[in-house]
Design a protein around this ligand. Sequence first.
Ligand code: NAD
Length: 516
Amino acid sequence: MTETPVGTAITGPRGIPHYRMFIGGEWVDSDELYELINPATEEVFATAAKGGIAHADQAVAAAKRAFESGEWRDTPPLERAAVIDRVVAAIAGRIEELGRLGSLEGGAPIRLSTALSVGFPLLHMGHYADLTRRYEWERAAPVAGPVLSASVIRREPLGVCLGIVPWNFPLIIAVWKSIPAIAAGNTVVLKVDEKTPIGALELAQTLRAAGLPDGVLNVVTGDGETVGAHLVAHPDIRLASFTGSTAVGREVGRNAAGNIKRTILELGGKGPNIVLDDADLDVAVDGSIYAFLLHAGQACESGTRLLLPSSLHDEFIERLRARLGTLRIGDPLDPATDIGPVMSAEQHQRILGYIEAGRKEGATVAIGGNVPTGPGFEKGYWIEPTVFTDVRNDMCVAAEEIFGPVLSVIRYDSVEDAIKIANDTEYGLSAGIWSTDIPRALEIAKRLEAGSVWINDWHNISHNLPFGGFKQSGNGRELGPDALDEYTDPKAVTVNLAGGLANRPYGLVLGTPPGA
Ligand code: NAD
């Protein structure tokens, strides 16, 4: 097979680009393959090796060998940070190319797949490199108790870490799952989603070129229920970091508990977006659209429940209608496009099922609700931005994560009501408030049960802030000043400087010390 210039792909058995797995520093193929489908055209634009249990075991063994060799674990933090810096520089030179691949495999509009899907991970990697340089890998602890002793607290890597990556932001989440783990001296197996393997494979290749030893980062494909579940339960893996739905997250938690594995679970959300009666409506209307419609609503921290004061409700809906009417839905590769298709035929059916269920429950489709037709929409998984009004918080369109371009609008009569409705959900990933009265908004923010609360903003996932969920949106945090804590264990090492065991209660075991 000949190498083609399409990143890590080769020309595959069907004469189109083909992606293999990356295990122990080598490209590994499989007899079975996945078709990678462009969600805008339904065209199979590439294939990928379909990994099985044996590939997963091979990847864990490679990662374990690489960890035990000590080559990477014992590389000084400054040098580990330098490898990450080189990856940032290499990827910064490929933003257009990687953004285009991201649009092909995931349907995100090209502005989003370049600026956010590649731009964000660059910032995040820079942050992890910076943390690696500044982290207290070892620090002296104060002397405690009657015995003269010196202690150090060392932060040590855990061993082999597993990252399970969903399809919605494959490069960003591959970075979150691998770079802090690697920065801390661990080795990693990434199990990527079968629909979107490209970002993680490009990352692995770039890390290798930047000097990461073989086996430190391994990327496998495979079905979640088999390969993913097998990896989560694998006895040689010390930490399982999973991003995906809450339903699968529960199963990951159960499987990881079998060998007391540490977990980081970044799960679903149903973000409440509260507009206060003093909000700047121009900003709040745009912001509410941004909150629910980024990547056609396929972002876990989207604001999908819009809580409007009854006094503003009708005017706000009319403004939403007018503004949504200006947005362009269509070809993700066209820079003028605002909204692309949803990910897959399965998601398309699922979202349309929710739109139907919302209607049946008595909610009103105030805007959208249809599949666009006409030129450009003959193929692909398209859904109009859809706004439900007359929604009660116990309807399925308010209670369940739809993961599509659907907004559920709920009226409220007092701020107390709004807070109650906002918190009346099993999720707790994100929440937002639109107001010109910042002290008032800050008081409300304190009472919202969510890992991220934005005031007059949304989707601002900053590298220096922890990101993760309250309640059933998960546990653990990614990014933020303490990101490396998740990937290290503290070890207490104590030296007795007293020259003997005087003053110790060892007499409890050994009786009176000689000569006492
Ligand atoms: P999903 O839960 O179906 O799958 C996620 C990943 O898990 C895939 O790689 C899949 O192959 C794998 N998987 C499936 N079953 C598994 C099992 N039993 N054991 C181990 N792995 C398994 O989710 P999805 O549909 O790919 O992604 C959408 C979901 O992800 C949404 O619910 C969204 O809210 C969530 N998400 C959360 C965050 C966050 O940071 N909180 C970010 C992005 C997406």
